[in-house]
Write a new protein. Sequence first.
Length: 94
Amino acid sequence: MDRAQSGQRIQRIKTRSLERLLDPAVSRYPLPWLPSYAVRMRDLMDGDPFPFGVEANRPTWDQLLLYAYQQGIAHRHATVEEIFPPGVDTKIVV
């Protein structure tokens, strides 16, 4: 399986999981408010509550690295580029 096929498969799995989470007709989880919560989450996150890749998650990584430094977990404030070397986040167009 090449990268394009892997990317397509990941996207299909992600889409199917989100559809199941948003389906109020079938209770797959023991939380009756979960579908409405999931709709709010989807809307707040521009339609994709589970972004994939380094760039899509850069704000989260930046904040995590800052907190790790501020709380003394890391001895210095690292950058996203330091923890993800070039080529790790290859774009796959689906």
